[in-house]
Design a protein around this ligand. Sequence first.
Ligand code: FEO
Length: 161
Amino acid sequence: MDKKVVELLNAQVNKEFFSAYLYLGISKFFTKQDLPGFASWYKVQAEEEQEHAMKIYDYLLDQDEDVSLDQIGAVNIDCKDALDAAKAADKHEHYITEEIVKIMDAAVEAKDYRTQLFLNWFITEQAEEERNSKDMIVKIEMLGNDKKNLYLLDKELGARK
Ligand code: FEO
């Protein structure tokens, strides 16, 4: 495989694990806010991010490439409230979309059609991730960014498996 494509995919494994870590940080914030439904929703999201990382990990090994398991960055998010946390998640998803697009650009340049097909899943997934993170902001804004108002949404979010 093209060296740059492999490097970017490797870096993305790390970024997806960092995403899991970030969502765990957000989940922890909500646990401490006594909003267990929100906490559970973001914990499920953290698990999804690990799946994303493992998809790329498996792909690289399937192509007989190596995977570097680099250090995962620390999470130091300091959320003021639910809306702040939702906005942090939304900002991160837009960043991840940009990173996926960079890998796609490199794969196109390298005429690596197999990786382009592989990345199609991530392009679609990022559209869903951005929609979900935006929906969360809209819901919090509609209900009012106050713990009492968030109680009903907390029940709804807790249902996510
Ligand atoms: Fe793996 Fe939320 O993007």
